[in-house]
Design a protein. Sequence first.
Length: 415
Amino acid sequence: MSAASGSRRSVEEQLARVLDAVRPLPAETRAVRDAAHRTLAAAATAAHDIPLFDNSAMDGFAVRAADVASASAENPVELRVVADLPAGVSDDPPLAAGEAARIMTGSPAPTAADAIVPFEDTAGGLADSLGDVRVLRAPASAGAFIRRRGADLRAGDAVVHAGERLGAFQLSAAVAAGVDDVTVTRAPRVAVISTGSELLAPGEAATRGRIPDSNGPLLELLVADADAEVVLAARVADDAEAVRTVTATAVERGADVIVFTGGVSAGAYEPVRGAFDGRGQVEFASVAMQPGKPQAFGVLDSSTLVFGLPGNPVSVAVSFEVFVRPALLALQGRTEIHRPRASFTADAAWTTPPGRRQYLPAVVDLANRTVRPATAGGSGSHLAGGLARAHAFAIVPAEVEAVAVGDAIDVMLVE
């Protein structure tokens, strides 16, 4: 089916149709080290406290704060060193009045100690301090330089919440909290299919009328960046039957999502439209955005989501970010499915398309909070070279006729 002739759907309306069709993928239990980049379906809870025990934040001496309260460079306090506590020991030596334990960073603090004196605040340093030590500066307070057990997390606390991605920081925190297994959603399986009789495989020599298929590699990396798995990457000619055949192959390989590029407009050779239009599963719509006006989306009987994106590379990149990526993250149950946005100041002027929201490949200066087009050639959807310099999309509302230097611009950050 197709959207009503002559009508344009808003970006929000098209995205709502996409997300309404998304059903989160099944969950599975994995060892935490094997679950990197997955989305948690249930919170990962701490098996033990962090820190696990009171420990020293400095190389120095564990002391009783009252013993050294009067210490100064002019009036040092001498203590007898009765124990040595390198990292990894479990000793808990008693400390009587006037006694101290030499201690290294991370070592368990003696129960009898209530402060750590860094070696910099003592005379002689650490090397010759196993007999006695002179303290030249009193600790600021009781508890100084002692990391208390459970100050970061307590056993049973959520380390990583459901809906969050298990990235490097989150995985590290989970391991530190003694988490062994996590419940995560399965990675979406995606088929990436470029259509066009003009397309060449990467590495093939370009000739008149033939161009490299840059959309395929572009989408493969974007899919991976969205923590999904490419199960099929293919190119097909401008032939509706070829589209139907590759669709069947993608379904056989268990694809949760099929992403086509090209073949969705109203021209004479539009194989995706030819394969699906009128069959009631995939809808073809005109969306009030530039680039990316022609869009296709639907759900097959296999529950596979089908996206049909325009064929020009910038259109593909924009359409993926606006529609496909949010769907892939929603399939994973991700709490946050949109790229971060921020307001920047335009430091160049550019034109905008009438009546359509513009997504312009852009370069941002984070220090100065400025944004400018990534290419001097304008906002043409065919300007693939400009993507190499872009790390953001400047988003200009449909009612804005032109951007002037100094205008506040909403920017989607993609790097």
